[in-house]
Design a protein around this ligand. Structure first.
Ligand code: SAH
Length: 380
């Protein structure tokens, strides 16, 4: 008997539609248990082992749904590596050190960082343990493939809890926006948890659930908010930030997180779905579109400060320009042809200009108290 693999029209191969559909699974869950919090809905859409977006899809790049900074330009990982290296020196070059990237996607940034670190200090590899922290087995395989031979010297972890003890330099790009948020909607004097339930036709719909929000967690402008206004909290993000910060407070090190979001507490619904580089309805096709929300950097900074650390925030544009983006582009372009120079200019614009990622995206540095790490200044 021949295998059905590779044959056409035999009908022996399972059809994709025969796989459990995440939308059906979510509807059944709501029928059985009632509406799902936005956090549980996001967690299912992104991380369900069978149908979750990060577990089943290739999210990044031109053929995917969105493009991240390391996928736009090698310069992003290069400048991040230089920042991490000079931070390590400012910390007194402790060794052994763990350099960990959390949520590495395709592994492109780590590839660019390792190449750069090897150039600045060929002995660096001997002084640091390189770790990738990734929850998706599928993306872990893609990261291994991207890193090629360097993968042999890298350890993979599912959580930061298992990272080796000692000083830690951690970095994460577009990690926090992929962690679940909760939403609350104003009804009279109360803020009720917003949830995903079913409408009369059995379709997914936003509903107000019974749970309410502790008023102490509301932003300052909440009292004057309109009926139906929405506010977001993100306990999963705070928990991760606290875990990283506690680790740094105890063992030394620093962390750098880059993401899109806002610097001050604010009202508003920022839940969004991206499908093939266009916005989509977050309830339309669970698991098939990326689902994210803006990051509340104020809350993340508070979490780090609560662990006894300093937190510094800059826009991505100011950070990259301060870290030498134009100089690096000039260096790469010096011996290149005109088309390459145009591409480099385009990359600089996308990463650093205000109508690109320069202002919406922000960089948060988390450091031991009193450490000044350019391009952040004491006032940041
Ligand atoms: N940093 C990459 C990918 C961003 S997408 C880039 O810039 O291209 C978010 C990544 O975080 C994915 O790899 C996702 O699987 C991973 N992730 C999500 N939650 C995580 C967690 N709690 N710990 C580690 N990785 C996580």
């Amino acid at each position: 008997m021949g295998s059905a693999e590779g044959t056409t029209g035999g009908g022996a191969r399972p059809r994709l539609t025969a796989l459990p559909d995440l939308g059906q699974k979510i509807v059944r869950l709501i029928e059985a248990n009632g509406p799902l919090s936005i956090a549980d809905y996001m967690a299912a859409c992104l991380y369900d082992p069978d149908g979750g977006y990060y577990m089943t899809r290739e999210p990044f790049g031109v053929s995917g749904d969105f493009t991240t900074a390391p996928e736009i330009s090698q310069m992003f990982g290069e400048l991040t590596a230089i920042w991490l290296f000079s931070t390590w020196h400012t910390l007194g070059a402790p060794s052994p050190l763990t350099l960990a990237e959390i949520g590495p996607g395709r592994g492109t940034m780590m590839k660019d960082m390792l190449r750069t670190l090897d150039r600045i200090d060929p002995g660096f590899a001997g002084k640091a343990r390189i770790a990738m922290v990734e929850t998706s087995p599928r993306l872990t395989e893609i990261q291994r493939a991207t890193l090629g031979e360097s993968a042999d010297a890298i350890e993979w972890h599912r959580s930061i809890a298992t990272l080796p003890p000692g000083p830690l330099l951690a970095v994460g790009n577009e990690l926090f926006d992929a962690l679940p948020i909760r939403q609350y909607v104003r009804k009279g004097q109360r803020w009720h948890e917003r949830a995903v339930g079913l409408d009369t036709g059995g379709n997914l719909a936003f509903v107000a659930a019974a749970g309410t929000l502790d008023p102490a967690l509301l932003p300052p402008d909440a009292a004057s908010a309109d009926e139906g206004a929405i506010v977001e909290t993100a306990p999963a993000r705070t928990a991760l930030m606290e875990a990283v910060s506690q680790r740094i407070a105890q063992d030394g090190g620093a962390a750098l997180f880059i993401d899109y979001g806002y610097a001050q507490p604010a009202l508003g619904d920022s839940l969004q779905a991206l499908f093939r580089h266009a916005y989509a309805d977050p309830l339309a096709e669970p698991g098939k579109a990326d689902l994210t929300a803006h990051v509340d950097f104020f809350a993340l900074a508070q979490a780090a400060k609560g662990c006894g650390l300093d937190a510094h925030l800059m826009t991505q544009g100011a950070f990259l320009l301060g870290a030498g983006l134009l100089e690096r582009a000039g260096q790469l372009g010096a011996k290149a042809d005109a088309a390459t120079r145009r591409r480099l200019q385009d990359e600089v614009d996308r990463l650093a200009a205000s109508d690109g990622m320069g202002t919406l995206f922000k960089v948060l540095a988390v450091t031991p108290r009193g450490l000044l790490l350019p391009p952040f200044s004491a006032a940041d």
